[in-house]
Design a protein. Structure first.
Length: 467
């Protein structure tokens, strides 16, 4: 006799969560890629689901890496792009952008300058005229430069009360000593105060070149529309100086021993800790392995370092590690805030955790949990047009394969415990750490001296002697 089971009898056991299927690669959006006659790299990622267009433009070598003794120059140049052209004032630009319901922003980081326009498709062609104008015809008005200088100096002064910022600046100053990355991208009080309009114009003329330009269109626009509008508006955009030789930027080098640096904040009841060394470039072939290894170490809430310092010892609300990749030399660091009295213990625990991951294999279950986490969050990182544009530009900027993101999850899945150990040994150097602590130096100096020679600084990052 044969028995059959009705649909009603096939009930789910709701006391148990359904088993997750194996992670699968995400199909990264296909994109059109071409280089125009004047050297501009044009990318188009078509998506007509929403009637809007985002244009993200990146200028290579227009970041602070080319400030060369004038910290803040690249930042000033990028931010002043939208503050006046030969035919539009800053107020007129702002009013027009607002009228179209668009957003227009510009800025820079250590490596690049960028400008982004987002607008509904029906207003795109008019709004693009403004974008074209601010890129090709900025005049960098003296009054706007003076306003920028006032606001930036006020921001730099205010940041002296922020332990995170102080530690970050000190860390870069030591780890990247002798390299352009050692200077703060936002500038220093003295450098920003002395900026001139002539310096900004020269920086623009020297580095804002078509050959440095990567443009990504994302949204309700096809390649023919993008090519037509870009060719119409940028056909005469060429080098403005005959001498356009790019500076050769060297890689940074490891410090060979532990060093301890305390930024003194008398009376502080907490210490901000930043520990690390030189990291990796973004185009490092081991970068995905580095990402998985770092996530396990300190890159998400369930990581080893956060669990140790937060859950086991109760020293902090959160602790994390990070590999920040850049075009020339990245950085690796562990960051947290703890009570003053446990600062030395926290530093010791962090160092021991770095040694641990370089001397033994990880648990297979621990690794699988991290791989599941990274595979799960990756699709969420592609939800906005600007996020997609940034990743496509990154492929070009860092010379990565065009199918890099199509295979991203597969590359994560196949990483083994041996790979994690190999990666940790290769890229984490527990004996070459720079230790930066912002806190009460009088209470910290003697305790931290066990980790190396201690140097104390004021909030201007100048060496000082304790009374």
């Amino acid at each position: 006799m044969t028995f059959t089971t009705s649909a009603q009898e096939k009930k789910l056991d709701r006391s148990k969560p359904p088993l997750a299927g194996p992670p699968k690669d995400v199909k990264f959006p296909a994109y059109f890629d071409t280089t125009l006659e004047n050297g501009i790299n044009l990318l188009v990622i078509e998506n007509s689901k929403i009637p809007a267009v985002t244009v993200r433009i990146v200028f290579k070598d227009c970041g602070s890496v080319n400030d060369f003794g004038k910290p803040g120059l690249a930042s000033a140049t990028s931010e002043l792009l939208t503050k006046g052209t030969a035919t539009r004032t800053a107020e007129e630009i702002s009013e027009s952008v607002e009228y179209f319901g668009a957003s227009l922003s510009s800025g820079s980081d250590h490596d690049v300058a960028y400008i982004t326009l987002s607008v509904l498709k029906k207003h795109f062609f008019k709004a693009f005229e403004i974008l074209s104008d601010v890129i090709q015809n900025p005049v960098f008005p003296e009054n706007e430069l003076n306003l920028f200088k006032q606001q930036r100096i006020a921001s730099i002064i205010q940041a002296k009360d922020n332990p995170d910022v102080l530690s970050e600046k000190m860390f870069a100053k030591i780890v990247f000593a002798g390299h352009p990355y050692s200077q703060p991208a936002e500038g220093t009080e003295e450098a920003v105060k002395s900026l001139t309009r002539e310096e900004v114009i020269d920086f623009y003329n020297r580095y804002y070149l078509p050959s440095n330009m990567i443009v990504a269109f994302v949204g309700d626009i096809n390649k023919h529309e993008a090519l037509e509008i870009f060719s119409d508006h940028f056909k005469n955009f060429n080098n403005r100086l005959e001498d356009t030789v790019q500076n050769i930027i060297p890689d940074a080098h490891y410090i060979s021993r532990h060093s301890v640096h305390i930024i003194d904040r008398p009376g502080a009841v907490q210490s901000n800790i930043k520990i690390g060394h030189i990291g990796v470039k973004r185009n490092n072939p081991d970068y995905i392995k580095v990402t998985v290894m770092n996530t396990l170490l300190g890159g998400y809430f369930g990581s080893r370092i956060n669990y140790l310092l937060r859950e086991i010892h109760g020293f902090t609300y959160g602790a994390r590690s990070d590999f920040e990749p850049r075009l020339y030399s990245g950085e690796f660091s562990v960051n947290t805030d703890v009570r003053t009295e446990v600062t030395d213990t926290a530093v010791n625990l962090i160092i021991n955790e770095l040694k641990k991951i370089t001397t033994g294999k990880v648990n297979p279950e621990e690794l699988q949990k991290v791989k599941n986490y990274l595979s799960g969050v990756f699709p969420l990182q592609l939800e906005t047009a600007n996020a997609v544009a940034s990743r496509v530009i990154g492929l070009k900027l860092y010379n990565l394969p065009s199918d890099y993101y199509n295979k991203y999850i597969s590359e994560i899945i196949k990483i083994t415990e041996d790979d994690i150990l190999y990666t940790a040994v290769k890229y984490i150097k527990p004996e070459q750490l720079t230790i930066v602590v912002t806190g009460n130096a009088a209470l910290l100096k003697d305790k931290l001296s066990v980790f190396g020679e201690v140097i104390i600084y004021d909030t201007d990052l100048n060496e000082k002697v304790l009374n």
